[in-house]
Design a protein. Structure first.
Length: 159
């Protein structure tokens, strides 16, 4: 498979260990299931352990790892997903699942790289093959103050 080109900044981020540690944590099925439960909030750890079918030792170890990674937090006695945890669960994991389900189609598209196509043809092929679109996840820009953030959020909600 062809290695994707990355910028120096991206490479340093990948190699700094934070992303590696996060992916290692998310590779644990118990951690993923615990992340799912925190979507609605966990008020009762005994219930959560029973629901997950894991020992208290494993439950608290995973909980500690997820809190340490900044994916969940405890507030007012309830464990909930942080903003990062919500993004990972709602967007990243489903998108990666679609990528895994579309391996053959993605290989086909990689084979088309370098072939000139009429504008929109590649997009149409991607739509027909139901290839996940990550374009919405790549719009990142710096917001310098609270007021600018509020305006941007209102604009996004109006779209």
């Amino acid at each position: 498979m062809v290695k994707a080109k990355t910028s120096i900044g991206e490479e340093s981020y990948l190699m700094n260990g934070e992303l590696i540690a996060l992916l290692r944590l998310l590779s644990k099925p118990d951690a993923l299931r615990l992340l799912y439960l925190t979507g609605d909030g966990i008020e009762n750890s005994t219930y959560a352990m029973e629901e997950l079918g894991i020992t208290p030792k494993k439950y608290y170890a995973r909980l500690r790892e997820l809190v340490g990674a900044g994916i969940i937090k405890k507030k007012d006695g309830v464990y909930r997903q942080t903003a990062m945890g919500r993004i990972i669960y709602d967007r990243f994991l489903p998108a990666m699942g679609k990528v895994c389900d579309s391996k053959d189609e993605l290989e086909f598209l990689m084979g088309l790289e370098g072939i000139e196509m009429e504008n929109g043809v590649r997009k149409r092929i991607e739509e027909e093959l139901k290839i996940p679109d990550f374009a919405g996840s790549t719009k990142v820009r710096m917001i310098n103050n609270y007021e600018a953030m509020v305006v941007d959020i209102i604009d996004l909600c109006d779209e």
